[in-house]
Write a protein that binds this ligand. Structure first.
Ligand SMILES: C[S@@+](CC[C@H](N)C(=O)[O-])C[C@H]1O[C@@H](n2cnc3c(N)ncnc32)[C@H](O)[C@@H]1O
Length: 241
């Protein structure tokens, strides 16, 4: 716990130093902090999942912005991309991308509080490259993005399976954290070691290929995440859960 708090403290110091020179981002990020000063996003997510009767209710976490920077730089994401984040949480990463990469960003998230607060920031600060939708990720428009980002480490195989990734355009990039998506219509092209508060893990870059129509593998029988590996490793290499 202390290790995680120290990590988050160091990360925030880096965020301040690296990104707050951009006054617009500084304003966005400070607004986010203010909006969640008395209502912690982990608690909001837990309450939401409890109301739904979910088995796993501790399912919230955020990709650190410096980690996100490493991912977009290693995987060649640029201003011409259209980024779809499945389960965008508070939207912090989406705001960062729209300010620093300059691409079009869409976050979809099923917790209404996260989306309404992110939408206040979009409207209040007249941001025009980023939008949020309060929908289930399975209902997103998969014909729109050139890149999909999924940090679905707490999601079950069934939930992952129900995301219609085969609807992505040919050549679209799928970035997933901890495990690659084990579907034949995606080719794994690159992996990157990334840092999260709870330890090291991998980010995977996969490209949508044209095997979707040709494959006869029934999706139900496939293990969609490659579950042979632990989700997260601590810095000493032990599984974090
Ligand atoms: C681990 S958090 C990741 C947040 C953000 N993507 C990041 O990396 O910082 C996962 C988020 O996905 C959302 N989520 C999980 N299942 C979802 C679903 N079926 N539809 C929409 N959002 C979902 C959760 O509410 C949570 O905010």
């Amino acid at each position: 716990m202390i290790r995680i708090k120290f990590y988050l403290f160091k990360e925030q110091a880096r965020v301040f130093k690296r990104y707050y020179k951009n006054w617009r981002f500084a304003l966005v990020d400070s607004s986010l902090h203010l909006l969640y000063l008395f209502s912690n996003p982990y608690r909001i997510c837990r309450k939401f999942l409890e109301r739904r009767g979910a088995e796993v209710v501790y399912a919230y976490g955020e990709t650190p912005l410096t980690t996100l920077e490493g991912i977009v730089s290693a995987f060649g994401i640029g201003a011409d991309d259209r980024w779809l984040e499945l389960g965008s949480g508070r939207g912090r990463g989406c705001f960062w991308l729209s300010q620093f990469i300059g691409c079009q960003v869409r976050g979809v998230e099923w917790i209404p509080t996260f989306v309404s607060r992110a939408a206040w920031i979009v409207r209040g600060l007249f941001l025009n490259r980023v939008e949020f939708k309060n929908i289930c990720m399975q209902e997103a428009d998969f014909s729109w993005p050139t890149v999909v980002f999924l940090c679905g480490t707490c999601m079950s195989d069934e939930e992952i399976e129900s995301i219609p990734m085969e609807l992505l355009p040919l050549g679209a990039k799928l970035i997933s954290i901890s495990e690659p998506l084990n579907k034949p219509c995606f080719t794994l092209v690159k992996t990157l070691e990334v840092s999260y508060p709870w330890g090291k893990t991998e980010a995977y870059l996969q490209i949508k290929n044209d095997l979707a129509a040709k494959s006869s593998t029934p999706l139900q029988s496939m293990n969609l995440w490659n579950t042979a590996k632990p989700f997260f490793r601590q810095s000493d290499g032990r599984p974090a859960r």
